[in-house]
Structure formats: structure tokens, C-alpha cells
Design a protein around this ligand. Structure first.
Ligand code: UDP
Ligand code: LCN
Length: 793
């Protein structure tokens, strides 16, 4: 959309545009969001005077307007031309003319709107990371977003062939395990020497048995510059050396990637997840404790397995070690979160290491703290955790994986000190979950402290060497929805700072690697021999038993299928919304019972204000609509083997799972249910939109249109009743989808491949990143620290 086209379109359509612009102004709101603009536009285009605007460039412009600020005779607009591509315009209403404006000017208008006229002018601290991009590779195609490693491989191949061959040589000499040198020792001084040595060794390797092992071969090798790590068997060693010769001769992306993928550089990992109750039992469903814990535990099991496999193939007898670092909570209730060390079940060596939060004067904080309140504790935590981590690992980790805003910030602080690679996983960025969370941050500050959280996010996403996301939409949204990371691109927190470029979603650091659902726990309900039949009585009792303080409702008709939902009892999860849709749809009540596993049933049992509030609303709705004979609501159920069988039990009865969240970053429950062959209805806002192919492997629902969602569910049960195969078709679609896209084996192999490739990139680009690092350090020192210090300890 070129400004010239827009200007001439405005010129041509002046008579019809003028009443439309006045209509926007008259909407009686200083800020119109995309849907408000669309509503006004649609209403206007339906009028006779609006007809000429149909199909014009101006119409397209308004359709792509995400935000419109009405101010002093002007419309200031943020327009999302396409995924992740933004332009800012200003329209003079009286004169019907349009001009482009800078992001800064647009944000200034937004600040004036939020805070009123500022007599000191529009000066604000502007954060802009764009200048630091100079000389760094950035992608251009929206289709490349989230496939950073493929792009990076091409860039690296180019760098190696042009000028960085020596850096590759240095890189190969870097690797050690304890005091043991790996791959290459210091004897090789040049690329030419290395090539010659590789050729000499390859010639010998061609003459030996392919399964001869390194330990038996090493003495026969004509060169003494090679150390362990090239492979266990002669054939692998020969291949790896051949790949390196190819890379040195004429590097291409695939041989470089394949070669880097074989480098033995990952044997010790640190995974950081400070907030919530991080444990292996009895924690799921507690406040701030959900998918992230499940994700990390499954991830660790898969990574350890893959690391052991890789190290073995690389010819190294090294036991991989993974440490999950979290917070130690002395008053941990029934959980194990007060234990310092806890081995992770299903692994050989991985452990949970817990380090307490301390107040300024060094006292251990005894109780659970909401994820919104933990900011003042993190710096000290990062130092103490680092110390314990290194003691436990007997050395530095090869990679630090941060999780969520707090874990990512701690990962930043730690990796900057340790000089090791940092990987971030957001799980859920809060910014997009709450409307106007940045613009009205001051109003939310008391409760949410977004000033700390968003600053932490900005710092961590920019220090990270690579970022893993579960879906594309998490990075860059969809055609008509802004991505979670994309929302950090340009925004303002009036009175704090203005961000012109906070993150660039075209940065090759972004990679989509989706998690899975543990196949040992979430397997199809049709696999009779694996079923946990012994749990059926307990499950039936949970669903159909008598009401008690932890379970409300007694289902009167056991023959109906179940609509099942399970989540934390957070506002955003919208369990109360689902209850209301059901309550207001008698047809759905006729077809199915509603079974809810969520939070607490007794509000007195919760120490989280949001959970208590939602719990009270649940009771209110149950009373108001008299739902006790059709709805069963029980407290959180944290045993995953039990939950796996629960999904299957509901599938046996041809029920369905509902995920009604207002927004869901990814949604592990969705893939868990799908893995058992239970059809799913899930929110179209967030990850489920990408997980489910609507009508094939499940259904999308709009949580803002509950009646329509309820109608879809009715339709499904009707069709399933009329056509035996309908339910089975969707169930099979779900199973196929999970199998094709969501498995932990693939996840682990990909994550380790990325670790090596980004590790190499870090090595060859480290010096150039020093400036960004320093800028972010200042941001941390001058902004984050004082803000965090305002939070009561
Ligand atoms: N979960 C559970 N019991 C509950 C609620 C949730 O075991 O009462 C588990 C659920 O099976 C899933 C995770 O917690 O593994 C929730 O992950 P999801 O990604 O759906 O949501 P989150 O809570 O992370 O926002
Ligand atoms: C946090 C969330 O809110 C979920 O949507 C994700 O599935 C979970 O983390 C795991 O990444």
C-alpha cells in the first residue's frame, strides 16, 4: 500500500470519505480497535453514500487498521499491512488528506490520549534495537518467520566460505569435556593443515572395518591432532570428516548444518523455571502451575534420551546431565517444592534443583509468591542458582534454557556472566493476554507489575541466542491477529518508555519447535491392552459420585456423553464462560453433561485472588442456572496417569473436550486430548488455531461467541448420533495430526541441532553483539532494577 496510491485514492473519493472520517470521529471513543473500525466501516459501506468506497485502497487501509486514535481533528492510525509489517498514518479529517507518520509520532498521540496533554512536551525514553541490526542477517519473507535456522545455515555457509574459515577452525578447538580436549587440539595452525590431516586420516579409515571403534583406531591414525568426538565407529568418523572437508572446500548450507549437528558440544543443560510450584506430583492445577511444568519435565526426559544417543554416536562415554532450576518454597503444602534436590522420574541423571528466594536482608521467603510479584527476587536468585548449578554440574552448562518471563530474565543474567548460549521459551507472553496491558500499565501496576515484566521480556528476548516457540502465531500472529512476539515490536508504556523496535520477528533467532504429549501417558483409547482399567472405578466416582466439598453437582443422566474441560481456574481459561454457554443452551444440556476439572471448589482453599474470584463465580452460575444435575465440577486433578485415563474414559463414551480460553498461548490439554482420540473444541485465539485443522482434527470456537460455540457442539453431537463414523473420523483426524506434528522425539532432536548451530553462530558473531549487550545492560540497570525495587518484599 503506497502512500502515493492512498493520497490519490483520498483525492478521488473525497466526498464519500469525509462522512466516514466524521463517523470515526463521532464514534465517541478516543481509541478504536480493529473490530471497532471494521464495524463502523461495514455500517458505512452499507449506506448509499458509502457504496463508492467499496473496493477502494482506502477501504483496504481501514480494514487493516489495528488502532485508530481520534485526536484534535486527526486520525492517527497503526496499520498492519500484512503479518508483522506495520505502517503509521495520520489523516486530517477536515481536509480529507493522508500522510505517513513515524511510529514515534503515532505513539506520542497514543500517550497524549492515555495521559492527557503533557506540558513538558512529548519527550520519552525511546527504546530502539533497530540500529543494532546493522550487519546482522535479517529475513524478509513472512513465510520464513520461525524458520530461522534454515536461513541462518545459508548465511553461515556464506560466512565460512568468505572470511570466517579460521573462526571455524578456532571453534573446533574449543570443545572440552572437563579437562579432556575434544575434536581438535592446538597442533593444527591453519585451514590448509587441517584439510591435509583430514585427508590423511580418511585414507586410513577407508581401509578399516566400518564398525571399528575410535578407541581401537586412534593409535593407527597418521595424525595426532584429532581428539575424541568425531564418531564412535570408523564409518561415522569418516563421514564426519568428509563433511568437514566438503565444508572447507566449498561450504553449502546443508553440509554445514549436518556437520555442525554432529559436534559434541551439548552434554550439560540448565533449564530455568523459577515461579510457581515446580514439582512432579500434586502440583498441576495449582496457581501459576500448569503446562510449563508438564512441558519442561517431558522436554527434559526427551532431551536426556537424545543427548545420550548423540554422545554415544559421537564416540563419547559421557553421561548427559540436565538440571532444572526452580524456586524452593519452604511452606510447600503437600508438594515437594521444599526439597533442595529431586531426581526427575524417567531420567538417569536429571534433577530439579531448588534455590530459595531471599529478601534484601538475606532471609528466605517462606511462602508461594505469584508470578506477578517475583521481580525483586530474581537477581539474587540468579547468582545463587548459578553457583549451585555449577557445583552440581561440575562446570558450566553448555546451554541455558529460560522459561517464561522470569526464567528468561534469569537466563539472560546468567548467560551474560557465564558466556554460554541462551535459549528462551516464553510459554505465554502476558502482554497480549490483557487488553491495553502496556498502554494502561499504571492502572494495572499494583496488581500485575507489567512495567517489570515487559522490560524483562524485552531484555531477555534480545539477549537470547535463539528463541523456541510452539507455533507460528506465537511469533507473528495470523493475517488478522497480532502475534505475541510481534506485540513487542512497537508499543508505549506512557510515562515509562516508548518502544520503536523492541524485537524483530524476522530475526533468524526465532524457531518453531512444537512440544508433544507424553505418548506413555496420552495414548489412544482404542489401545485396550495399555489401558489403566484399575482406575475406572475411581474415575467413575469422580464423574458420577456424590457431591462433597471438593466436588459439586451430581449427574442425573449417566447415558449422555460428557463435554469435558480441564484447566487452571484462571480468568483467561474461561471455564466460567463455558459454564455460562452451557447454562444458556438447553439443547446442549439435552445432548451432553458438562464435566469440569478446575482449580478449587471450596474458595477458602485458595491463596490466589483470581482463582478465588473465579471459584465464586462458578458457584454463582451453578446456583443461578440450577445446574447441579447436569454439571459436575471437581477440583484440580494432578495425577497425569489418572488424567490420561480420564480423557480416554470420556472418549469411550463418545464425549468431547472443550478448551474455551479467551486466549491460549499453546494449549497442552488440546494435544493431550487429541492424543487419546477425544474430539476437541478449542479457542480460535492462540495455539489451538494452529494445532487443530477445523472440521478435520477438531473444531475452532470463538470464546466471545458462546452461543455459536454451543451450537457447534450441539451439531457435533447430533451428527455423531446420526452417523456412527462422524465421531470416529474427527477422533482419527486428531490422532493423525498429533502424530504428524507434535512429538517429543522430534522436538529433542531439533532443539539439540539448533543448540549446535546457534552455538557456532554465537562464536563467530559474539564480538559484534557486545554493543547490544551493553545497551540492554543499561536498560536493565536504569529501568528494571529501580522498578523491581518498588515491589514490596
Ligand atoms: N492439568 C492437570 N490438572 C488440572 C489442570 C491442568 O493435570 O487440574 C495439566 C494438563 O493436563 C496440562 C497442563 O496441566 O498438562 C496445562 O497445560 P496447558 O498448556 O493446557 O495450560 P497452562 O496451564 O499451561 O496455561
Ligand atoms: C503456558 C501456557 O499458557 C500454555 O498455553 C502452554 O501450552 C504451556 O505454557 C506450555 O508451553
Amino acid at each position: 500500500m503506497k502512500i502515493f496510491d492512498l493520497q490519490s485514492d483520498f483525492e478521488t473519493n473525497r466526498p464519500s470519505l469525509f462522512p466516514l472520517l466524521r463517523r470515526f470521529r463521532g464514534a465517541d471513543r478516543p481509541l478504536l480497535l480493529r473490530t471497532d473500525v471494521a464495524d463502523e466501516l461495514d455500517a458505512f459501506l452499507a449506506l448509499p453514500e458509502g457504496l463508492p468506497l467499496n473496493g477502494t485502497v482506502a477501504e483496504k487501509l481501514f480494514r487493516r487498521t489495528e488502532e485508530m486514535i481520534v485526536q484534535e481533528g486527526c486520525l492517527h492510525m497503526a496499520v498492519r499491512l500484512k503479518v508483522a509489517e506495520w505502517c503509521y498514518f495520520c489523516i486530517d479529517i477536515q481536509n480529507v488528506c493522508i500522510g505517513e507518520q513515524s511510529a514515534s509520532r503515532f505513539l506520542q498521540a497514543k500517550e497524549r490520549m492515555a495521559n492527557g496533554f503533557n506540558p513538558e512536551g512529548d519527550w520519552a525514553l525511546e527504546i530502539d534495537l533497530k540500529p543494532f541490526e546493522r550487519g546482522f542477517p535479517v529475513m524478509k519473507e513472512t513465510g520464513s518467520i520461525g524458520k530461522g535456522v534454515a536461513f541462518l545455515n545459508r548465511h553461515l555457509a556464506h560466512s565460512v566460505s568468505n572470511r570466517q574459515g579460521n573462526r571455524l577452525l578456532d571453534f573446533l578447538k574449543l570443545h572440552k569435556y572437563g579437562d579432556v580436549q575434544l575434536l581438535l587440539n592446538q597442533q593444527v595452525k591453519s585451514i590448509g593443515e587441517l584439510q591435509q590431516a583430514l585427508r590423511n586420516v580418511r585414507r586410513v579409515l577407508e581401509t578399516v572395518e566400518p564398525d571399528a571403534e575410535w578407541v581401537d583406531l586412534v593409535e593407527q591414525l597418521p595424525e595426532t591432532c584429532f581428539e575424541p568426538g568425531w564418531g564412535r565407529r570408523a564409518d561415522t568418523i569418516r563421514d564426519t570428516m568428509g563433511l568437514l572437508l566438503d565444508v572447507l572446500e566449498s561450504p553449502d548450507a546443508s553440509s554445514l548444518a549436518e556437520f555442525l549437528g554432529r559436534i559434541p558440544m551439548v552434554s550439560r543443560l540448565a533449564v530455568l523455571s523459577p515461579h510457581g510450584y515446580f514439582g512432579q506430583s500434586g502440583v498441576l492445577g495449582l496457581p501459576d502451575t500448569g503446562g510449563q511444568v508438564v512441558y519442561i519435565l517431558d522436554q527434559v526426559r526427551a532431551l536426556e534420551k537424545q543427548m545420550r544417543h548423540d554422545l554415544h554416536d559421537q564416540g563419547l562415554d559421557i553421561e548427559p546431565r540436565i538440571v532444572v532450576v526452580t524456586r524452593l518454597i519452604p511452606e510447600a503444602g503437600q508438594t515437594t517444592c521444599n526439597q533442595h534436590l529431586e531426581p526427575i522420574v524417567g531420567t538417569e541423571n536429571a534433577v530439579i534443583l531448588r534455590v530459595p528466594f531471599r529478601t534484601e536482608n538475606g532471609e528466605v521467603v517462606p511462602h508461594w509468591i505469584s508470578r506477578f510479584e517475583i521481580w525483586p527476587y530474581l537477581e539474587r536468585f540468579s547468582r545463587e542458582a548459578e553457583h549451585e548449578l555449577i557445583t552440581h554440574l561440575e562446570g558450566r552448562p553448555d546451554l541455558v534454557i529460560g522459561n517464561y518471563s522470569d526464567g528468561n530474565l534469569v537466563a539472560s543474567l546468567m548467560t551474560q556472566r557465564l558466556g554460554v548460549a541462551q535459549c528462551n521459551i516464553a510459554h505465554a507472553l502476558e502482554k497480549t493476554k490483557y487488553l491495553f496491558s502496556a498502554l494502561h500499565w499504571q492502572q494495572h501496576e499494583e496488581e500485575y507489575h507489567f512495567s517489570c515484566q515487559f522490560t524483562a521480556d524485552l531484555i531477555a528476548m534480545n539477549t537470547a541466542d535463539f528463541i523456541i516457540t510452539s507455533t507460528y502465531q506465537e511469533i507473528a500472529g495470523t493475517d488478522d491477529g497480532v502475534g505475541q512476539y510481534e506485540s513487542y515490536q512497537t508499543f508505549t508504556m506512557p510515562g515509562l518508555y516508548r518502544v520503536l523496535q523492541g524485537i524483530n520477528v524476522f530475526d533468524p533467532k526465532f524457531n518453531i519447535i512444537s512440544p508433544g504429549a507424553d505418548a506413555e501417558v496420552y495414548f489412544p483409547h482404542t489401545e485396550a491392552e495399555r489401558r489403566l482399567d484399575s482406575l475406572h472405578d475411581d474415575i467413575d466416582d469422580l464423574i458420577y459420585g456424590k457431591a462433597h466439598p471438593e466436588a459439586r453437582g451430581e449427574l442425573a443422566d449417566r447415558d449422555k456423553p460428557l463435554l469435558f474441560a480441564m484447566s487452571r481456574l484462571d480468568h483467561i481459561k474461561n471455564v466460567t464462560g463455558l459454564l455460562r454457554w452451557y447454562a444458556e443452551c438447553p439443547a446442549l444440556q439435552d445432548k451432553a453433561n458438562l464435566f469440569l476439572v478446575a482449580g478449587v471448589v471450596d474458595p477458602q482453599r485458595s491463596n490466589d485472588s483470581e482463582e478465588r474470584q473465579q471459584c465464586e463465580l462458578m458457584h454463582q452460575l451453578m446456583d443461578e442456572y440450577k445446574l447441579d444435575s447436569r454439571v459436575r465440577w471437581v477440583k484440580a486433578s494432578s495425577d497425569r496417569n489418572f488424567n490420561g485415563e480420564l480423557y480416554r474414559r470420556i472418549a469411550d463414551q463418545r464425549g468431547a473436550f472443550v478448551q474455551p480460553a479467551l486466549f491460549e498461548a499453546f494449549g497442552l490439554t488440546v494435544i493431550e486430548a487429541m492424543s487419546t482420540g477425544l474430539p476437541v473444541f478449542a479457542t480460535r485465539f492462540g495455539g489451538p488455531m494452529e494445532i487443530i485443522e477445523n472440521g478435520i482434527s477438531g473444531f475452532h470456537i470463538d470464546p466471545n461467541h458462546g452461543a455459536e460455540a454451543a451450537r457447534k457442539m450441539c451439531e457435533f453431537f447430533d451428527r455423531a448420533a446420526a452417523d456412527e463414523n462422524h465421531w470416529t473420523r474427527i477422533a482419527q483426524g486428531a490422532l493423525d495430526r498429533v502424530e504428524a506434528a507434535y512429538t517429543w522425539e522430534r522436538y529433542a532432536a531439533n532443539l539439540l541441532r539448533l543448540t549446535r548451530i546457534y552455538g557456532f553462530w554465537k562464536h563467530i558473531s559474539n564480538i559484534d553483539r557486545e554493543e547490544t549487550r551493553r545497551y540492554l545492560e543499561m536498560f536493565y540497570g536504569l529501568l528494571y532494577r529501580p522498578r523491581a525495587a518498588t515491589i514490596k518484599q
